[in-house]
Design a protein around this ligand. Structure first.
Ligand code: ASP
Length: 345
């Protein structure tokens, strides 16, 4: 190996490495080694690239906690050997996966960039090449002998985001992701412009990487809508072994303030179920107590998700539930930023 940065490409699956099955006309995953052959341009980049692939690449709709562990283990095993990582996954669940990975990896000091594409790499009009090449370039960017990025990010269509701030917003356009509550960390045009003031700067005395592999997935997303019945809410809150609820509320965190509704939530919280208030709005923050219709939630101990995305709330819930924290500590850690996923306002 030379002095050039060493980048590991981790292929888990997704459209980027898919081909058409001409019998069924459906897209299916194919052998990753072909992905490198399809892009000879990769050899022109000023870094050494190695790759590793899931034995059986998956459509990201099949993503689950076992695969999350597979991804962090690949990073853990290769952490000292490589200067940066580019993880290729399907875009459908990329915001969930990259958010979870941001919590599973503590004290990250190297770039970990998630990317994928809307069209397969072999397609004439593919977005895969730009996404892949620029992600590798970003992962290899260094300043003063240190990587410019030291966090888990997501790159798609000319923008680099903090991964746990993203949401997939479009299934057709190349601009498939957005980050409503945090600006892009970098933008790619003629030049690659990093917004350095928005990027996490690790402290000089950051301890070594810690990899957390315990996740609790006995959770549910409960999205409110006008007319939702008490029967439905009661059934959901009584799911066997349920440990946590991401409650998608209206606007600034508002929900029905009827006695029946609030007391169902109160009982669930008393049983030890953690309930997180997240807004259904694409942007903005929950402010419990701002309206009367959220005051009751605050009083009974619903945790405020502030401006966290639903994807990141699911990830953080899975992560924090595994720590068996007291009610007070759980609320404290959920409501503060652990990996830049929430604004400390
Ligand atoms: N269904 C694909 C997946 O998420 C879509 C994509 O790769 O963008 O795996």
């Amino acid at each position: 190996m030379t002095n050039k940065p060493n980048i590991l490409l981790v292929y888990t699956g997704g459209t980027i490495g898919m081909i058409k099955d001409y019998k069924t006309n459906a897209l299916k995953a194919f052998d990753f080694s072909q992905i490198i052959n399809k892009i000879p341009e990769l050899q022109q980049l000023n870094c050494n690239i190695e790759s590793i692939s899931f034995d059986e690449p998956i459509d990201s709709s099949n993503m689950n906690t076992t695969y999350y562990i597979d991804i962090v283990e690949i990073i853990e095993e290769n952490y000292t050997k490589f200067d940066g990582f580019v993880v290729l996954t399907g875009s459908d669940t990329m915001s969930y996966t990259s958010s979870v990975v941001s919590f599973m990896l503590e004290n990250v000091q190297k770039p970990i960039i998630f990317t994928g594409s809307q069209l397969p790499i072999g397609d004439l009009r593919t977005d895969a090449k730009e996404n892949l090449i620029t992600s590798i370039e970003i992962a290899a960017t260094r300043k003063n002998n240190k990587p410019v990025l030291a966090e888990v990010c997501l790159y798609f269509e000319y923008k680099l985001y903090r991964a746990n701030r993203t949401t997939k917003i479009n299934s057709e356009q190349f601009e498939a992701f957005t980050s409503m509550n945090y600006p892009p960390l970098a933008e790619s045009g003629v030049h690659l412009n990093f917004n350095e003031h928005l990027i996490h700067q690790p402290k000089k005395d950051t301890p070594p990487l810690i990899v957390r592999k315990n996740l609790v997935s006995d959770i549910v997303i409960l999205k409110l809508f006008p007319g939702i019945t008490i029967n439905v809410i009661e059934s959901i809150l009584n799911i066997k072994d349920l440990k946590g609820v991401v409650l998608e509320t209206y606007g600034a965190g508002n929900a029905p303030d009827t006695k029946e509704f609030v007391s169902l939530l109160k009982n669930a919280i008393e049983k030890g179920i953690k309930i997180i208030n997240v807004t259904q709005c694409a942007g903005g923050s929950v402010i419990q107590g701002h309206y009367e219709t959220s005051l009751g939630l605050k009083k009974i101990g619903v945790v405020s998700g502030k401006d966290i995305t639903t994807e990141s709330a699911v990830a953080k819930l899975m992560y924090l539930l595994s720590k068996n924290l007291s009610k007070e500590d759980f609320k404290h850690y959920f409501e503060k930023s652990l990996r830049g996923e929430i604004s400390n306002k």
